[in-house]
Design a protein. Structure first.
Length: 172
């Protein structure tokens, strides 16, 4: 497998996510309740009994790039929330991290996801409020994109992707 730079990998990741976002929007999301009319905006992102989004080193780099564009004071608040989330929910890179749940520190009430356009993780892109199970995007769509992200990580960093809870991955 031919190695690529982190910058090239981030560009490929951005295209992959853009295509995935389009596929979800055009093929499935129209069947879901719009976030714009939600009675509890952000509840799904802030539900510490539900959220267990894991990301790779490359996805964390993409998120940090987006956060780097925020004004310094706001960026510092976000990173403070990331640290607070790790501490509050006792998150770590050890053990069965997929059992670790948390409220997403990248969601701000009244604003939404701070990395929505350029850093949003794949499971978050796919998530929506579907009323009927048959309207959900098939699992294999996410699995295919996850495999592509793993390949990009391997090409970029020369090792298998390690999936960590979002706050832990961003902090590392």
């Amino acid at each position: 497998m031919k190695p690529i730079s982190e910058r090239a990998a981030l560009q490929k990741l951005s295209r992959l996510k853009c295509e995935y976002r389009r596929e979800i929007r055009e093929g499935y999301e129209f069947r879901a309740k719009s976030c714009a009319v939600c009675a509890t905006p952000g509840a799904c992102c802030l539900d510490a009994h539900f959220v267990n989004v894991h990301i790779t080193r490359l996805e964390a780099a993409a998120i940090r790039d987006v956060l780097a564009e925020l004004p310094q004071e706001r960026r510092e608040k976000v990173y403070w929330r990331v640290g607070e989330t790790i501490e509050k929910y006792n998150l770590s890179a050890e053990g069965d991290t997929f059992e670790q749940k948390f409220a997403c520190p990248l969601f701000e009430k009244g604003i939404g996801c701070l990395v929505h356009e350029r850093g949003k993780p794949l499971p978050c892109i796919q998530h929506a409020c579907y009323e009927k199970p048959e309207d959900l995007p098939p699992d294999d769509l996410l699995e295919e994109r996850t495999a592509a992200v793993e390949r990009l990580n391997r090409r970029c960093y020369g090792e298998p992707a390690r999936w960590l809870p979002l706050p832990v991955a961003i902090k590392n």
